[in-house]
Design a protein around this ligand. Structure first.
Ligand SMILES: Cc1cc2nc3c(=O)[nH]c(=O)nc-3n(C[C@H](O)[C@H](O)[C@H](O)COP(=O)(O)O)c2cc1C
Length: 303
């Protein structure tokens, strides 16, 4: 059988499949479906310094081949995670990726400092959050801000640092280069694309927040394009995501340059998608006599 293991930023994943932040909670709701040890890793729900209730409902809406969400980072806060969720996750035999969200650079520093010395294997720094000290502009939309927050976290953590990029930018490769230059060990992309849905009868936006993040199969080709652009722009590894729902999508993402792949929205319609994808990958590789999945990373042959 083909070897599905991959190494990314010094961390060995038994396979490249990782449930994406915000789609898998802390794993508890999925444990009765399959052992979490089957997964390459888990990116937990984004955590802020303090507990957050998120945005008021409605905050989820279906769209053609996708979904909009404006959950607004509802989470129990970093201290709760470290005390009540991490000890459980640490027994599961999978890579634990702590997704960190801060509204200021200082928040990000404090959260990352709390994670230092714990069983967390890797930090995923979400830079799609608004920086409240810069008029609410998302960290990930300006190279300078993206670089500054990366450096600030880099300075307080020895954990492998993956920075999660926002697709709501003109040139994502420029942001990727800025975070690489400031000490990121890997980048992950894409976060959701800003979208909107309006009820034509009430003339009200369907989401109480008016706008939300689009994810699911609708965004897949955009994600592949961005992964390819970023993989060609930096020399650190790339974790790809956005609209992945089948094993064929994972192969496409890896050919574009991703070392690992996260699955988000697909989990809401098919909670066992990661397992089906892992089995599909093994069969696809075996049928072609490819011994190591890592051999396909970046294997696209552009015209
Ligand atoms: C309901 C929901 C909640 C999310 N929460 C987070 C989060 O807390 N932190 C984060 O970095 N990304 C979050 N995301 C973004 C996903 O991790 C992923 O980047 C995005 O949805 C694209 O992948 P997909 O099309 O497979 O869902 C969330 C996505 C959804 C659908």
């Amino acid at each position: 059988m083909a070897d599905l293991s991959v190494k990314m930023a010094g961390v060995t994943f038994k396979n490249p499949i990782i449930p994406a932040s915000g789609s898998f909670g802390f794993g508890r709701e999925y444990e009765h479906l399959y052992p979490l040890s089957s997964l390459g890793g888990i990116s937990v729900k984004g955590m802020t310094l303090h507990q957050r209730d998120g945005n008021p409902p409605p905050r989820i809406a279906e769209t053609p081949a996708g979904m909009l969400n404006s959950v607004g980072l509802q989470n129990p806060g970093i201290d709760y995670f470290l005390e009540h969720e991490l000890p459980n996750l640490a027994t599961k035999g999978t890579i634990i990726i702590a997704n960190v969200a801060g509204s200021t650079v200082e928040d990000c520093i404090e959260i990352a400092s709390k994670i230092e010395g714990t069983a967390v294997d890797m930090i995923e720094l979400n830079i799609s959050c608004p920086n409240v000290k810069e008029g609410g502009v998302a960290f990930g939309t300006r190279p300078q801000m993206a670089g500054d927050v990366t450096k600030a976290v880099r300075d307080v953590t020895t954990k492998p640092l993956m920075v999660k990029l926002s697709p709501n930018v003109t040139d994502i490769a420029e942001i990727a280069r800025a975070v690489e230059a400031n000490g990121a060990d890997a980048v992950s992309l894409i976060n959701t694309l800003l979208g909107m849905k309006i009820d034509i009868n009430s003339r009200r936006p369907v989401l109480k927040n008016n706008v939300g993040g689009l994810s699911g199969p609708a965004v897949f080709p955009i994600a592949v394009r961005m992964v390819w652009q970023v993989a060609n722009a930096v020399s650190i590894p790339v974790c790809g995501m956005g609209g992945v729902s089948r094993y064929e999508d994972v192969i496409e993402m890896m050919l574009a340059g991703a070392s690992t792949v996260q699955i988000g929205a697909a989990l809401f319609t098919n909670p066992t998608a990661p397992i089906e994808i892992i089995n599909g990958l093994t069969n696809w590789l075996d049928e072609r006599g490819i011994k190591n999945i890592s051999d396909i990373i970046g294997g696209v042959k552009p015209w």
